[in-house]
Write a protein that binds this ligand. Structure first.
Ligand code: COI
Length: 354
């Protein structure tokens, strides 16, 4: 049993209306923190008012980027029950990522106790309404103040909560993406397969440039500039007439929880989902021959986001006339209905708040 000390805020904030949320703009009243020190183990598990945390300016996270995070969602279902979507998936991915980042992963019971207790305290922050959720951000950082380049002997585990609406704004319209050929997100043997903050740092400049040109995300290619990796902060699926393809996890792609859920859903419907290498040449041919019916991105934040347009080498390729396709519509409905409780959870993805 994990002992958590709780200090409640004396100044609870006002919950913004669902229509104003956007993504990641607001934070709940409290946060969860726990500390690991080599030789001493985990201690100081606490829930306290959300706010700044004191840090040594020499902390490893500031200088050498020792940081790893997760993204998960909590919902209030139609019967009032608060649930999490696949928290074990996030725990295991964090544990594997921590190993790569030389951070200490919290034990399972610490992770789950912190998660359940924090959401219990802040459950009024779970927004109601279509396309809304309480986004949960567990994070691990190296906090030891030491400038030699070696793993931090101290890890801070934090969980913060953000009530969110849809990731790409109102309307959930299909997005346009920019195929990136100057920058790459991650190389084989690097950090691409873990949810390291560093991957997102590498993505900021190309994503910002794409945004300035009117593209919501970039399409990341492999080091060979042909193999497709991910679409911005999402995994990607291509729906061809005879098969549905998502890039195989090759060591530089992040294995998303929604990606995995979509693969399970497609398999359960006996649809021909294949995880394999897929190239730009193939996608280009698919658009030209009209063999490519739909493309969509998947992620915890975005859920399913259809790709209506793809810029590649001076061409603006249009996919499914820039509209939501049948498969993306069905999958979106199914996954959000399992989350809201409108459909039974045959895959065991839902965990009720204790
Ligand atoms: C998520 O989908 O949870 C992500 O982590 C994407 C992004 C908000 C960083």
């Amino acid at each position: 049993m994990i002992k958590i000390t709780t200090t409640l805020t004396k100044t609870p904030k006002e919950m913004p209306p669902a229509s104003k949320l956007g993504f990641g703009n607001y934070f709940s009243d409290h946060m969860f923190l726990a500390k690991f020190v080599e030789g001493q183990g985990w201690s100081d598990s606490q829930i306290l008012p959300y706010g700044p945390i004191p840090m040594d300016p020499a902390a490893a996270v500031f200088h050498y980027g020792q940081a790893l995070f997760e993204g998960m969602k909590a919902f209030r279902q139609e019967n009032g029950q608060v649930v999490f979507f696949r928290p074990e998936f996030n725990y295991h991915r964090m544990k594997e990522g921590a190993e790569r980042m030389c951070l200490e992963a919290p034990p399972l019971d610490l992770f789950m106790s912190g998660l359940h207790e924090l959401v219990k305290v802040d459950q009024r922050w779970i927004p109601q309404g279509p396309n809304t959720a309480l986004y949960v951000r567990p994070t691990l950082i190296g906090t030891e103040g030491f400038l030699g380049v070696r793993p931090s002997k101290e890890t801070l585990f934090m969980i913060i909560l953000s009530p969110v609406g849809s990731y790409y704004g109102e309307g959930n319209k299909p997005i346009n993406i920019w195929t990136e050929e100057n920058y790459i997100r991650a190389a084989p043997g690097g950090l691409g397969a873990v949810k390291a903050g560093a991957n997102y740092a590498a993505s900021l400049k190309p994503a910002w440039e794409a945004k300035k040109n009117g593209y919501a995300q970039v399409l990341w290619l492999n080091v060979d500039q042909q193999g497709i990796e991910e679409a911005g902060t999402m995994n990607i699926f291509f729906v061809f007439k005879n098969e549905i393809v998502t890039p195989a996890l090759n060591g530089s792609i992040l294995g998303g929880g929604t990606r995995d859920a979509i693969i399970q859903l497609l398999k359960s419907k006996n649809l021909p989902i294949v995880e394999r290498r897929i190239t730009m040449t193939e996608v280009l041919k698919g658009v030209q021959s009209k063999n490519l019916l739909e493309a969509f991105g998947t992620g915890t934040a975005a859920v399913i986001s259809p790709i209506g347009g793809l810029h590649y080498r001076n061409q603006n390729l249009v996919i499914n006339e820039g509209e939501w396709g049948q498969l993306s519509t069905d999958l979106y409905k199914e996954i959000t209905s399992i989350q809201s409780g409108a459909m039974p959870d045959q895959f065991n993805w839902i965990t009720a708040l204790k």
